[in-house]
Design a protein around this ligand. Structure first.
Ligand SMILES: [Zn+2]
Ligand SMILES: [Zn+2]
Length: 379
């Protein structure tokens, strides 16, 4: 349950970069803003694992046996939750001691804001050519009354009397290693070393307020459903005026009534009357790039595919490259014939010696249906 490596889904010899990447992905996935409050436990687990594995020293200690202790191998190994607490205390003991007997200094109030995520629905034509969208976002912004100091204007924080401004207090706790001196955050000032006697009323001492604003998103050509655009510093402003997190915009492409997208290519169907398929014609087709003439050669078969090069979707971050537009021909056979038309078709059948045609089973490779099947299965 507490294998930090499997929580992050990385191998035991993962590099710091891999750990950071895995954490970023999971933190986004389980962020309560995105995944709902039920994901909170998972999110906390991921954060806990990351806190340890990102830090070379903590990771070394963890690799050296912390895991066994956590898994209940240690004396009196209680429920995992209790083990967790002990473990955290031992860490703080090691680190308190390792830093030459000194304690951790006060923790600044300002923290980096969280990343946010929103979805953006776009039309196919905008996915092909790119667009600029204005989207409203509800986010935390700097409190203009206190400018992130959290104090009522004209007042300032005062030194905490419980910890004398150190931000931490020492206490003795029992753990599976015996009694240890643990350093923990001062409960009076939450480790900040100062307290705010008169919090700003605008933001209740948070240093930030929620606000609705409009941001401009440049959507590059070639995006598609699932593309994530990262807007640096457009997420939430952190507590006490900490730097803003990033905003991730997830693209969702709306289905198009005519064109279907397959990667960089577009597919559509062109219906042609039976006579035009037999005699040939030129069809004007409205593509996303405007009207194009398509040559229907005499004897065009149902299911025949005509490809227009370079009229598909651009590839993300590869200027100039575009996929193709595939036009599949559907031949329409008339369902109602008047007397004249029936006569004409009968004459045609006679002329072609097809009055009593021999209907045969087509070979599996050559029939239009098998070509269509291949196309569908091949995708
Ligand atoms: Zn304020
Ligand atoms: Zn304090």
């Amino acid at each position: 349950m507490s294998d930090y490596y499997s929580i992050l889904g990385v191998s035991r010899d993962a590099s710091l970069d891999e750990i950071k990447r895995a954490h970023r992905k999971l933190a986004r996935k389980y962020h309560p803003d995105v995944a709902g409050p039920d994901a909170g436990d998972r999110f906390a687990e991921v954060q806990q694992a990351y806190e340890v594995l990102r830090d070379e020293e903590k990771r070394r200690l963890y690799d050296a046996g912390g895991e066994d202790a956590l898994r209940g191998g240690g004396p009196g190994g209680g429920p995992a939750g209790a083990g967790f607490g002990d473990f955290a205390d031992i860490f703080s003991t090691f680190f308190g001691g390792a830093a030459g007997g000194g304690m951790r200094g006060p923790v600044p109030r300002a923290k980096r804001g969280r990343d946010s995520q929103i979805a953006l629905d776009i039309d196919l034509v905008d996915a092909v050519f790119g667009t600029t969208e204005e989207i409203p976002v509800q986010t935390a912004v700097l409190c203009s009354a206190c400018e992130g100091t959290c104090c009522r204007p004209g007042t300032s924080p005062v030194t905490c009397t419980t910890c004398q401004g150190l931000g931490s207090v020492q206490r003795v706790t029992r753990s599976f290693l015996g009694n240890v001196m643990a350093t923990s955050a001062c409960p009076a000032c939450k480790g900040h070393g100062t307290v705010i006697p008169e919090p700003c009323q605008e933001c209740s001492g948070e240093g930030r307020v929620r606000s609705r604003r409009t941001i401009t998103v440049e959507v590059p050509a070639g995006v598609g459903s699932g593309t994530q655009l990262r807007l640096q510093g457009q997420g939430e402003v952190g507590p006490a005026g900490g730097p803003a997190g990033d905003l991730f915009v997830e693209i969702r492409e709306k289905p198009h009534p005519v064109f279907q997208r397959h990667g960089d290519d577009l597919l559509c169907t062109l219906t042609v009357p039976m006579t035009a398929a037999a005699l040939g014609t030129v069809a004007s087709v409205e593509t996303l790039d405007g009207p194009r003439d398509i040559d229907i050669t005499p004897g065009t078969q149902p299911g025949q595919r005509i490809t227009l090069d370079g009229l598909g979707v651009g590839r993300l971050r590869r200027r100039g490259h575009r996929g193709d537009l595939h036009v599949d021909v559907e031949v329409i056979v008339p369902t109602k014939l008047d007397d004249t038309q029936r006569d004409l078709l009968t004459q045609l059948a006679v002329a072609r010696d097809e009055e009593r045609p021999e209907a045969r089973l087509a070979s599996a490779e050559s029939s239009m249906f098998s070509r269509l099947r291949d196309r569908i299965v091949g995708r």
